[in-house]
Design a protein. Structure first.
Length: 383
């Protein structure tokens, strides 16, 4: 029986290959272990910590597929394999978003948008992709459902894949726009150029995989692509292994700073430490307004631009940020940041009750980021 030929009684349509899953389990296991070591070695937790997780999803999917090759009538195993393997590529896409965000944090004055919003925007939409896949893949794979119910699942998966393709189009456009600006400003180092090229290739690989899946689900479960296993091993398993291997060879953690607070000066050589161009809004607010439209209208980003400040000003901002940092439990209990001296309601109440100096009973307003900057400039003028 050839690869992809019809197998009576198999819910896969064909008899799944029994050797290929083992090969890819070993390959992704090796890649995942190396990624874990590289993340520890280069301390790139915030950028590449999900690489071992993505490999684990693929491994789990291939393990269940291997089991399903010997139990071709087990529907639950087939569904688990489909969902797990289809969940891996969106995580690799998510990693690319983190990598681009770290690059933009490193050269913030050339970023097309706030680096923090790159993460919140793309991560939020990527989460939507994961939800659509989880809800759609098991429905389509479930042969006990009616054709209409399975078609609903196929439509959910198609919507997810189309959204992924659009995300990568926007992602590539943003990366290209940044690269053009960096080259024009002559601050694009060999390391950064390498990371950008790897991102382009990775984005292309995942987009090709998305196109394959879109064609598969457009044709339906009676189509040539769905019923021929060879397409799966080429355009899903093999191409995604090339992607993870690419990130092993040119690991971004080796070429990018481990902290968002480290940025490159305009001279393209000097590295400095800043407060990080953080989005200080509550995390739940960033989910509903990832671009901070209200902040753009008010010009809030201009107040937080720090890259042209002196080292003394940057030190003051870092100290202020550290002092005002909210603990994790506070963010969980008050996700909208309503209470406290810096909460929305707390700040409103403080405005109606100005603080007074005990010595002279004079009103003393609380200093803001802008006032700290002005104070630092005045100090320098005096000197």
């Amino acid at each position: 029986m050839g690869l992809g030929d019809y197998s009576p009684g198999s819910i896969w349509y064909y008899a799944p290959n029994k050797v290929a899953p083992i090969v890819f389990i070993v390959l992704f296991l090796i890649s995942g272990i190396i990624h874990a070591w590289q993340t520890i070695r280069y301390k790139s937790w915030r950028t590449t910590i999900l690489l071992p997780w993505a490999a684990l999803l693929m491994i789990s999917g291939f393990i269940t597929r291997e089991y399903g090759a010997y139990n071709t009538d087990n529907l639950a195993v087939m569904i688990a394999s489909v969902v797990l393997i289809m969940s891996g590529p969106p995580v690799y896409a998510l990693i690319n978003y983190f990598i681009l965000s770290r690059i933009l944090y490193y050269i913030p004055y050339l970023s097309p948008m706030h680096p923090g919003r790159v993460v919140t925007t793309f991560v939020g939409l990527d989460a939507v992709c994961e939800i659509l896949i989880a809800q759609g893949a098991w429905r389509m794979a479930n042969s006990t459902m009616t054709d209409k119910q399975r078609q609903v699942g196929a439509n959910l998966v198609k919507a997810s894949l189309i959204l992924q393709a659009c995300l990568f189009g926007a992602f590539g456009l943003m990366a290209a726009m940044f690269q053009h600006r960096a080259q024009k400003a002559n601050v694009l180092s060999k390391k950064l150029r390498t990371v950008l090229y790897v991102l382009y290739v990775s984005a292309t690989i995942i987009t090709i995989r998305c196109i394959y899946r879109i064609v598969e689900y457009v044709e339906g479960w009676q189509g040539k692509v769905y019923q021929n296993e060879a397409y799966f091993w080429v355009f899903e398993a093999s191409i995604m292994f090339v992607n993870t291997l690419l990130l092993n060879i040119w690991h971004p953690g080796k070429r990018l700073p481990s902290s968002n607070s480290r940025f490159l000066d305009r001279d393209g050589v000097t590295e400095r430490r800043g407060p990080g161009w953080a989005d200080d809004r509550p995390w739940i607010v960033t989910m509903f307004d990832p671009f901070d439209v209200w902040g753009l209208i008010k010009g809030r980003d201009k107040e937080t631009q720090f890259w042209d400040m002196s080292d003394e000003e940057l030190e003051r901002l870092r100290a202020e940020k550290k002092a005002n940092k909210r603990p994790v439990w506070a963010g969980a209990l008050d996700p909208f940041h309503l209470w406290g001296s810096r909460g929305y309601i707390g700040k409103y109440l403080s405005k109606s009750k100005p603080t007074t100096n005990a010595a002279d009973n004079a009103v003393t307003p609380v200093a803001s980021h802008t006032e700290v900057k002005e104070e630092a400039k005045n100090d320098e003028n005096v000197v």
